[in-house]
Design a protein around this ligand. Structure first.
Ligand code: GLA
Length: 723
């Protein structure tokens, strides 16, 4: 609910309140964000008014030190020396702004962003508040949008800068949101990583100055994720206060927490300003990416479940609820050595496993014998596939399977026909040898003709063949940033223009090929964000397919993203990335609560493994109907722990599934009670495989007994069914 009274804006969700005030001078003050309270004049709550020695101030009814004042859209150069929300270079070249309230509008529904992904609502259940500020110095207008999803404690935020003046200005900084708190005794949590180790939670004490997570690689990155949480010291998985922000954006971003000299904390998120500037001519509008903001007083678990709900109910492809397919991917089975006979043999081998889609990964096009060639030449290699894909698709169909294909649309090999024809299409600097990575270069998607050409060559294949699934990869970071098509005053626009081009291509494929299920990937999980999930409901989580390595990765990824978006494959042992040997059962169990798939040569499976595999697949079929709306609980942290445990609970609390994995056997340990969550206290449940019937309150408060495991990497998969 959104209300306006006596210059106060009150945003109320199920469990939170967000309160702002227009001060007499027009500054939009942030008054409160936290646990739900009554709508109330907050004039008594001004800790930071008053004069502070040598710090610039403004005079409203009382003197206010700008560097201490909590604000919604802090300006630059007018006494607040913390991170500004928007920086506009005026026609005279100065970067000084003074944002003051101008007007506001309230309306039902969400805001549709033209070329960026966003949270939407079919039902009109959201409400939006648009506050318009005017920069008293340049005359430019700044629109702050608050779209409120009341039932899930989510506020979607974005900012628009509208140049309503006669002059050209330049935008240097644009945050999607800024929230100022009047406390700082907190921790920050972010997700760090690298290739093969994506999204590991890291918690650290706030210090004076800035703590940031960001990317300048042209994509959200393996090393960071567009997410951060501000949490109280006593916050854990199930209790305490947590504020979470994630951006619906896949390009260069920054999310920061800054503790100021007077003890307040600024939490902000938006486009990374390091290499950003945008020329805004008379009448032009710049729209920031949207950020998702949530508050929980029930710990990190509830914060995650709020993010999951926002994604499942309101985020593009995820909200469309396309059935997730169980795939058999061929990458770790054959790498580049694919051909028609091998694929036909694989179809024969997997046909009665119960899987849905056979996915031909890299290696099917051009002269692609290894990673050094052919990206951009999306033509079937007829030496490997003499009849094109016709025979394969026929064989798939006659065995109840669909066919899927791998593409890496945004890149080009310098050894390719496309490069010979258009050497200037990659991101490069004339006369400078480009930096290479995995022998590939990035196509300049800020250029429409490049995006169109990629669409034409890829869509030719998708139109010709009955393809049900596409794995959309992106395996390198951008260097030599800029575009030969932009003037020298506009090179700072390139990163954002590039990602807009990527989104436009994804949107086009989503629209033109609605029957295709698209899965994102980026050297594993190097671009796992809500931006991609708007176009593709699932993302390959990591090239590290080792079940034990995956515990940490899936654990961290679930901090923000719903389990069914997290693609997890059972692969061969010894594992190709770590050399670790794990039981086949554990490999299946670790994927079971997420999007299960397989990625190995079926001819190397033993008879017992095949029997187990069929059980895993049919169990997943049985669970998937309720898992996609289930509440997810991280019961045990896997880092520095001997075991990891997760639980999913159906929306009506009638079913639950629990995974427990031993990472490090401890002979001295007698076992433990695992305290389940989210069940109905009064319901009775049958626990399989224990064959006991107990009340929800017993499972939650006394716990589920876990006997000592005698071997590393053993797993137990429990099912809890209402009787
Ligand atoms: C990336 C993906 C892999 C595979 C290879 C193919 O690394 O993450 O799963 O598709 O590319 O080159």
């Amino acid at each position: 609910m959104i209300a306006f009274a006596n210059n106060y804006f009150y945003i109320t969700t199920k469990s939170s309140s967000y309160i702002m005030k227009i001060l007499p001078d027009g500054v939009l003050k942030h008054c409160y964000y936290g646990r739900r309270i009554s709508n109330q004049n907050m004039d008594y709550y001004n800790l930071y008014t008053g004069y502070s020695y040598i710090v610039p101030y403004m005079i409203n009814n009382e003197v206010t030190t700008m560097d201490a004042l909590p604000q919604e859209c802090p300006s630059c150069g007018r006494g607040d020396y913390r991170n500004p929300a928007v920086v506009i270079e005026n026609a005279d070249g100065r970067r000084v702004n003074d944002f003051k309230y101008f007007s506001h509008r309230l309306y039902r529904g969400a805001v549709c962003l033209e070329s960026l992904p966003y949270l939407d609502t079919d039902t009109g259940s959201a409400e939006t508040l648009e506050i318009i500020l005017k920069d008293l110095i340049s005359g430019v207008h700044v629109h702050l949008f608050y779209t409120v999803f009341e039932d899930i404690d989510i506020i979607a935020r974005h900012t628009e800068v509208r140049n309503i003046t006669e002059s050209t200005v330049r935008l240097h900084n644009i945050m999607s949101l800024n929230v100022d708190f009047e406390f700082s005794d907190c921790d920050m949590i972010s997700l760090y990583g690298s290739w093969g180790k994506e999204r590991t939670p890291e918690r650290y004490t706030l210090h004076h100055g800035k703590a940031t997570v960001s990317s300048n690689k042209g994509s959200s990155g393996h090393h960071s994720c567009p997410f951060a949480a501000l949490v109280k010291k006593d916050t854990d998985e199930e209790s305490g206060e947590a504020y979470g922000i994630s951006l619906i954006y896949s390009g260069d971003f920054e999310i920061g927490i800054q503790v100021g000299q007077f003890g307040g904390t600024r939490f902000y998120a938006g486009i990374n300003s390091e290499n950003f500037s945008w020329k805004l001519q008379k009448g032009e509008i710049f729209t920031s990416p949207q950020a998702i903001l949530t508050y929980s007083h029930e710990g990190l678990g509830k914060m995650s479940r709020n993010f999951h709900a926002a994604c499942r109910r309101h985020l593009g492809a995820c909200a469309q609820k396309k059935k997730h397919a169980i795939v058999w991917n061929l990458w770790e089975a054959f790498y580049f050595e694919v051909n028609e006979q091998k694929i036909l043999d694989t179809i024969n081998a997997v046909r009665d496993f119960g899987i849905d889609v056979l996915v031909l990964d890299d290696g099917w096009f051009g002269n692609r014998e290894n990673e050094s060639t052919s990206l951009g030449d999306w033509l079937i290699n007829t030496d490997k596939f003499p009849g094109g894909f016709n025979n394969i698709i026929e064989r798939c169909k006659s065995n109840g399977l669909k066919f899927g294909l791998w593409f890496e649309p945004e890149v080009i090999s310098s050894e390719s026909n496309l490069f010979k024809k258009h050497p200037d299409w990659c991101i490069h600097i004339d006369g400078v040898a480009p930096m290479k990575s995995r022998s590939e270069l990035v196509l300049d998607f800020s250029r429409q003709e490049v995006v169109d050409a990629v669409y034409d060559s890829m869509s030719a294949i998708l139109k010709k063949y009955d393809i049900a699934y596409v794995k959309w990869d992106m395996n390198r970071n951008i260097t030599d940033n800029g575009s030969i098509s932009l003037s020298n005053g506009q090179q700072g626009e390139h990163s954002h223009r590039h990602i807009l081009g990527v989104y436009s291509l994804m949107q086009r494929f989503k629209k033109e090929f609605p029957h295709i299920f698209f899965e994102g990937s980026a050297g594993g999980g190097g671009r796992f964000d809500f931006g991609i999930l708007y176009y593709m409901p699932q993302i390959w989580t990591s090239d590290n397919s080792d079940a034990i390595g995956r515990l940490q990765i899936q654990h961290g990824t679930s901090m923000v993203f719903p389990p069914e978006t997290i693609s997890c494959h059972v692969s061969a042992c010894p594992n190709h990335q770590t050399g670790r040997v794990t039981p086949f059962k554990t490999r299946g169990d670790v994927a079971q609560l997420f999007s299960l798939g397989y990625e190995l040569d079926p001819n190397h499976l033993t008879t017992e493994q095949i029997e187990l595999l069929k059980v895993q697949v049919s169990k997943h079929r049985e669970l998937e109907g309720w898992l996609e709306n289930a509440e997810f609980y991280r019961l045990k942290q896997s880092s520095d722990c001997d075991s990891c445990a997760w639980q999913s609970v159906s929306a009506d609390k009638s079913r639950s599934a629990v995974l427990y994995v031993t990472q490090l056997t401890k002979p001295e340990k007698v076992g433990e009670y695992l305290h389940l969550k989210g069940l109905d206290e009064t319901k009775k449940y049958r626990v399989l495989p224990l064959k006991i019937v107990v009340s929800g309150n017993v499972l939650m408060y006394a716990g589920l007994p876990i006997k000592r495991q005698y071997r590393d990497f053993e797993s137990i998969f429990f099912e809890i069914l209402e009787v």
